[in-house]
Every structure is written in C-alpha cells, then in structure tokens.
Write a protein that binds this ligand. Structure first.
Ligand code: IDP
Ligand code: MG
Length: 142
C-alpha cells in the first residue's frame, strides 16, 4: 500500500484543556509520521471555509464559532493508509459512539467538542492540507 497524507487538527477544546502532549503521544505511538505541524487561531470565516461542506447543517454555525474560539494545532500525518488509520484512532464523531481506546472516547466531552479532526477521503485530505500548508512546508524532516 502506498504512503498517504491526511490533515489532522487538535481542536480548541483540547488545546485549552492541555491535551496536546497526550494527543501527540497517541499519534507517535500509532506509527504515523508527523510531516508538518503548526499552531494558529482561525477566524470564524476561516472555519466556515474549512467546513464549507457542512454549510446549511444545524451544527455549522456553532461549529464555526467553536473552531475559532481559541488556538488549534494543524498537522499533516503521513504513512500507509494514513487517512483511515487516523480516523480509526480518533473514533466516531460522537464520543458516546466511539470505540474504547480511541482518542474521542477517552477525551471528548461531546459530539461538537470532540478534540480532534481528520480528513475523510483522499480528496478532502488534499483540500484540507492545502488549506493550512504550502508546498515548502511539506518537505518533512529527513
Ligand atoms: P468528523 O469530524 O467525525 O468527520 P463531521 O460529520 O465531518 O465529523 O462533522 C464535523 C464536526 O462538526 C464534528 O467533528 C463535530 O465537531 C461537529 N458536529 C458534527 N455533527 C454534529 C452534531 O450533530 N452536533 C454538534 N456538532 C456536530
Ligand atoms: Mg468530517
């Protein structure tokens, strides 16, 4: 299987709760490589652009407000089957439905405040990685 890249985020709730080291450890233990990482604060408009696919849904406005409420960490993870592996490690959107041992099951407070994000397909990964990172930021540390 060929190497793949996915966009991950540590959401504002997790940053505010001091969960960044714990989540980074889970990523490291999974064997996925952190190709790029940055910390930044989104505006509501940035968040709206990132989550454009959800525009019109009942949770869109509160989601944009939540995602711009504090700093986030954006990461590019690389490895075989990285998209599915990161989503499996995150767990289901709603922590009440997430499998034991997943990050959301262990750490998330609600379906909205669910600590992490991951791309859901090759197409969204390409869009989401380019949303945060330029080509020169994706050469990695050899
Ligand atoms: P995902 O993050 O597991 O891919 P999506 O369906 O893409 O889930 O939704 C994006 C984000 O929107 C979720 O991670 C969560 O923060 C929020 N969200 C999704 N559905 C709901 C909901 O029913 N109520 C509140 N927030 C939601
Ligand atoms: Mg999604």
């Amino acid at each position: 299987m060929e190497s793949e890249r996915t966009l991950a985020m540590i959401k504002p709730d997790a940053v505010a709760r001091g969960l960044v080291p714990r989540i980074l450890s889970r990523i490291q233990e999974s064997g996925l490589k952190i190709l790029a990482l940055k910390s930044l604060k989104l505006t509501a408009s940035d968040a709206g652009g990132f989550y454009e696919v959800h525009k019109g849904k009942h949770f869109y406005e509160p989601l944009c407000s939540f995602m711009s409420s504090g700093p986030i960490i954006a990461l590019v993870l690389e490895g075989e089957d990285a998209i599915a592996r990161w989503r499996k490690l995150m767990g289901a959107t709603d922590p009440a439905e997430a499998d034991n041992g997943t990050i959301r099951k262990e750490l998330a407070e609600s379906k909205e405040r669910n600590v992490v994000h991951g791309s859901d397909s090759k197409e969204t990964a390409a869009f989401e990685i380019s949303f945060f990172f330029s080509g020169i930021e994706l050469t990695g540390i050899k």
